[in-house]
Design a protein around this ligand. Structure first.
Ligand code: LLP
Length: 419
């Protein structure tokens, strides 16, 4: 459910015509809908309403714009961060440190120190070496780190290999059979207080069964830890719920289905549950608005060449995944087009042989469902400046990240004086 709709023949984000944003801000540009973000946040909270004080920490990696984080903070969300940069953004957005959890497989000593100095709620520890380094850093800071052990439950999430994180061969988490020993070591280390366990098995999941299997393993683990005399007061269930990208495919499980499953599986755990949704909240709340530079007839097919490229939205190139492509002012009829960007790689392709409404040079199009893992994964390949981001709320909009200028792009290079 989102608020990007065609009204009077022109697509709007809530009350603002996308053509107006394109004229005033230029293209390509990411456009987010505040109403959609709020709605998704509320639907997720509603789905968890049967639980006791759940903490929902938005996975900042999905959309780290400070304005987006501020909006979600106002909805009661915390933040799940994986770098000092993400933590600083969450703090800059006014998210309280007690609502921030730091995940990630390679936290540096500097990042651990920054997290402890900021006083965040919890660090999710992913290895023996990391635990021992954290102990030394915390002891040196004269503080105690509350930690959860991230478990690798060896569950196949049934999603793309590149975004699966819970199989034994993946780099994430501590193998289940080593968690109890590590928890006991943590309890004995200076500067460390183990308070729980965590898991995140993958992203864009269309089936609740792997999540349920992973959670069941966590539940059994909590029982074993308690039998061994350990304190377990929090369990972090990660993120991962899938969202619809292709309108022709069946819908993913709803947040309500997910909430009901969680309630059933975690009954009696007697812990505070934490969640780290990213895509579910931000994905359908954003589009990448682009202009058709030209329509080119090749020897065997027609190419629609946009002013947006793989450096702006890399998901189709990186994962081969589908993003719906819609004309902002749809014309009658249809055309079969291969929709590409101007970057000098054949892989710079948003869709191959896709049936879309006909477009012509100068038309505006939207790459839908680009609010998560869109702008955040952008780069400047081919020396293309980072594109701006806009937040629409009702009838108003603001630029929430300015377009990088060519001067900034070129000016960041430093030429040694000896050249
Ligand atoms: N928690 C942890 C520890 C994570 O690693 C992730 C995502 C999340 C939560 C949020 O997962 P979500 O609810 O958004 O599925 N770039 C890829 C997605 C990578 C996800 C990485 N981790 C894509 O564009 O599909």
């Amino acid at each position: 459910m989102d608020f990007f709709e065609v009204k009077d023949g022109r697509m709007h984000a809530e009350g603002v015509a996308l053509a107006r944003i394109a004229d005033e801000v230029g293209t390509p540009v990411y456009v987010y809908s505040a109403g959609t973000l709020r709605r998704h946040a509320r639907v997720f909270h509603e789905a968890l309403s049967g639980l006791d004080r759940p903490l929902v920490a938005f996975a900042v990696k999905a959309n780290p714009n400070v304005a987006v984080l501020k909006l979600l903070g106002q909805e009661g969300f915390g933040a799940d961060v994986v770098s000092e940069g993400e933590m600083r953004r969450a703090l800059a957005a006014g998210i309280a440190p007690e609502r921030i959890v730091f995940s990630g497989v390679g936290k540096t000593d500097g990042e651990m120190r920054a997290a402890l100095e900021a006083g965040i709620l919890q660090l999710n520890v992913e290895s023996e070496g990391e635990l021992r380094r954290l102990s030394a850093v915390a002891a040196a800071c004269g503080t105690t780190a509350e930690i959860a052990i991230r478990v690798n439950p060896d569950v196949d999430a049934g999603t793309l290999a590149k975004i699966s994180t819970g199989k034994a061969e993946n780099k994430f988490g501590v193998p289940l059979d080593r968690v109890e020993a590590l928890y006991a070591e943590a309890a004995a280390l200076p500067g460390i207080r183990p308070i729980g366990v965590a898991a995140h098995i993958g992203s864009q999941l269309f089936d609740l069964a792997p999540l349920e299997a992973a959670y069941a393993k966590l539940g059994a683990l909590v029982g074993r830890l308690r039998s061994a005399g350990q304190v377990v007061s929090r369990v972090d269930l990660g993120g991962g719920l899938g969202i619809p990208y292709d309108p022709k495919l069946p819908l993913p499980p709803s947040p309500a289905d997910y909430g009901a499953m969680v309630e059933r599986v975690t009954k009696g755990w007697d812990v505070r549950l934490m969640f780290e949704p990213g895509r579910l909240i931000a994905g359908n709340a954003g589009v990448l608005l682009a202009r058709v530079v030209t329509v080119k007839t090749g020897a065997t097919r027609s190419f629609v060449v946009l002013d947006a490229a793989m450096n702006d939205l890399i998901r189709p190139t990186l994962y081969g995944v589908y993003h719906d492509i819609r004309a902002v002012e749809p014309r009658a009829g249809e055309m079969v087009a291969t929709v590409v960007g101007p970057v000098c790689e054949t892989g710079d392709m948003f869709a191959e042989g896709r049936t879309i409404t006909p477009v012509e040079e100068g038309d505006l199009v939207c790459l839908m469902t680009a609010g998560a893992y869109g702008a955040t994964m952008a780069g400047t390949y081919n020396s293309r400046p980072l594109v701006p981001e806009v937040l629409v709320d009702g009838d108003r909009y603001s630029v929430i990240r300015a377009r990088q200028t060519i001067e900034e792009l070129v000016g960041a290079d430093l030429v040694p004086e000896w050249l």
